[in-house]
Design a protein around this ligand. Structure first.
Ligand SMILES: Cc1ncc(C[n+]2csc(CCOP(=O)(O)OP(=O)(O)O)c2C)c(N)n1
Ligand SMILES: [Mg+2]
Length: 363
């Protein structure tokens, strides 16, 4: 059977990305972020189970390799560096941490503390921090692409874009929203340095790929949008580092909008309220756990030994425990004192006119 031209194109793109495999030091750093994210997620799950946390928890289990590769390849903003922009989604904890989010901010949010980046207004994953160029997540899927495009366009119009880039994450379900289409198309037309990282984890809640889209591969859409696409195995840490790293490098060096599609399996329920019993044994058998696979490979290659690995887990457990203790000890929000908006500054709009006339009402 002849290979489809698109498959050849996709294979070539991955081959190009693989030309720059990550160094051994990067692979170990990558593993460290993956382990840290897994431990933070496990602790979040424990807080949910114990009832200490309000609402649901949304975990990134199985997606750490892809997410950590994003944060590791982005530049954090600093005093002398404007940095890149990142719009993470619900399963991107490893990417948030590797982009610079403090672990304590995770638990300040999960425990709804006043000190958290959302000041206790959000109980799980919609947190962000504009000063760190990590955009607070709008729940509506696809809606985070346009804000990243807006950031990049504003920088270009102001003459400050330089070689900065923006990354927006999306899932297989979110790929079919109208907002995604508008944002991605605008980026492609303007050749903005947006990297769209698609985590095809086979399901959107309990809807499988065959009920979400009719094309053979989500990466085929890159051609329709006129952007450069690379596929990778989302369970393979090295492929994730290579594909995401190369896409970000291309965007940085004037290569225009990029799309990376990683194939993997969501290893937990949609949220902690979902036991994911609809995931068939056949599907489970097809996909491994990126973290287990990465550990096995690094051990087999002699890049780390069992003691080194245990050291990484222990370090992650200690950092996580300290962050939980710190968040627990901090203040809860006081609704009477809180006057803060995630995206806008209240003063910009001026004082609100509460009179009935202002709302069109008569005396
Ligand atoms: C526009 C929109 N429709 C529906 C939802 C409700 N919703 C939240 S997450 C989700 C599933 C998302 O699936 P996918 O994009 O594949 O990401 P995953 O959860 O698999 O990481 C849905 C339908 C939403 N947030 N936004
Ligand atoms: Mg999905």
């Amino acid at each position: 059977m002849n290979a489809h031209p698109l498959d050849i194109r996709h294979a070539l793109a991955l081959l190009q990305a693989k030309a720059r495999w990550a160094s051994d030091a990067e692979r170990l750093r990558h593993l460290r972020w993956m382990i840290l994210a897994r431990v933070v997620d496990e602790r979040t799950f424990a807080l949910y189970k114990s009832g200490e946390m309000t609402g649901n928890a949304f975990l990134g289990r199985g997606q750490e390799a892809l997410a950590a590769a994003i944060g590791m390849n982005l530049r954090r903003p600093g005093p002398a560096e404007q940095g890149d922009v990142f719009a993470p989604l619900i399963r991107d904890l490893a990417g948030r941490l590797s982009f610079g989010e403090a672990i304590v901010d995770v638990f300040r949010t999960q425990l709804m503390k006043r000190t958290g980046p959302m000041r206790g207004r959000d109980g799980n994953v919609h947190r962000g921090n504009l000063s760190q160029s990590m955009l607070p997540m709008i729940s509506h899927l696809g809606a985070m692409v346009s804000p990243v495009v807006g950031f990049l366009l504003a920088r270009r119009l102001r003459g400050t874009l330089a070689d900065s880039v923006g990354v927006a994450s999306i899932g297989d379900g979110g790929m079919s929203t109208g907002a995604l289409h508008e944002g991605l198309n605008a980026a492609a037309v303007e050749r903005l340095p947006l990297v769209l990282v698609v985590a095809n984890n086979q399901v959107s809640y309990s809807t499988f790929n065959d009920r979400s889209f009719a094309c053979a591969d989500l990466l085929d859409r890159a051609i329709g949008y006129g952007v450069h696409g690379t596929a990778c195995d989302g369970t393979d840490a090295e492929e994730c580092l290579a594909a995401v790293g190369e896409a970000i490098r291309r965007a940085r060096s004037g290569g225009g909008t990029q799309m990376v599609v990683a194939t993997l399996l969501r290893l937990s329920g949609h949220g902690t309220h979902d036991d994911a019993s609809y995931i068939t044994p056949e599907l489970k058998a097809r996909f491994g756990d990126c973290l287990e696979l990465a550990q096995d490979r690094l051990l087999a290659q002699g890049l780390i030994d069992r003691a080194g690995l245990e050291g990484m887990w222990e370090e992650a457990r200690q950092l996580t425990a300290a962050a939980v203790d710190q968040a627990r000890a901090e203040a809860d929000p006081n609704p009477e004192e809180e006057d803060w908006c995630a995206y806008s500054v209240r003063d910009l709009a001026g004082p609100l006119d509460q009179s009935p006339q202002a709302h069109g009402g008569g005396p």
